[in-house]
Design a protein around this ligand. Sequence first.
Ligand code: M6R
Length: 363
Amino acid sequence: DKGGYKHFMAKEIAEQPTVIGEAISHYLTQDGTDIALPAEIDFTKIDRLTMVACGTAFYACMTAKYWFEQLAQLPVEIDVASEFRYRDPVITKDTAALFVSQSGETADTLAALRYCEGKAEQILSVVNVATSSIARESDVALPILAGTEIGVASTKAFTCQLTVLLILALKAAKDRGTIEDSRYQELLTELRALPGIMNHALTIEAVTEKISRKLAEARDILFLGRGVMYPLAHEGALKLKEISYIHAEAYASGELKHGPIALIDKKVPVVVLAPRDGLFDKTVSNMQEVMARNGKVLLISDSKGLMEGGEGTWEAIAMPDADPVLTPILYAIPAQLLAYHTAVSKGTDVDQPRNLAKSVTVE
Ligand code: M6R
């Protein structure tokens, strides 16, 4: 049941504030002032974390690496499951191996998990389907509580994965004593406010629809981001190519001048994901290099960011303010809406894109 929406994907995008709210209540204590995870999750027992997944779930891991390193000072290794399983990765006894999967049945991710059995200290998973193979074969499986996701392009599972991974990173920071109590409380408060901010962010729909009509004309689109926005640039590009069939690539903003800037001309829209965080000025200077070469920049930022860096851009999307730690979850919304409306504009099959399956159970 599409609940009045044209596509499951649209319904699942709109459901995000609700399902994220449910995941937050599930993993926080009733009064919301602490994290409540199964007792087996104890980050004082491990010294490194290896995270493995495919596709969108991999981009959730890539984002979480920034969180675990910055908040918990925990060394993190990430890899896509199809590479990990065949490269003889070294898993030391002090490692927790964490597998992220919506379906819990992705063949490569499951094989990577089995590779870590008997090698890692603990096998954790972050899954949507709680009865899945990956959940069953883990020491601890943490459900993301996104509800059934039908659209082949993952949306609400991604933001729920991020939410649960951020809660895990905060727990790691607390266990390892790397976060001040006031900052811990502040981030929990921000987290509790997130569903409301996500709701607010969904009001950008009309502007993304208008911009998407122009993006639909493009042959190639680039996505740029720095820090936590870099994995999200990948997620935005993946979403767009999956359902609109437009060639899209993501680059770390700072990599631009190491090659990709050669692609820039007036036909290539460049989507810049840049909340006004500590890296904003650096991203803006990369963006100006694009504009100097007649690149068409779509800047996605908050109101301050647009005021400081928005001059001369082709298009802009104004996002609500949020703590920089939480922006990857929030900025998933414009990434998803741009892909969705571009696909609708092109008339492709949004929920069942060509050549793709919801669950990839063969390698
Ligand atoms: O079920 P999983 O999360 O393990 O699936 C992983 C990928 O196949 C999946 O995220 C895929 O990339 C999506 N179609 C992305 O929208």
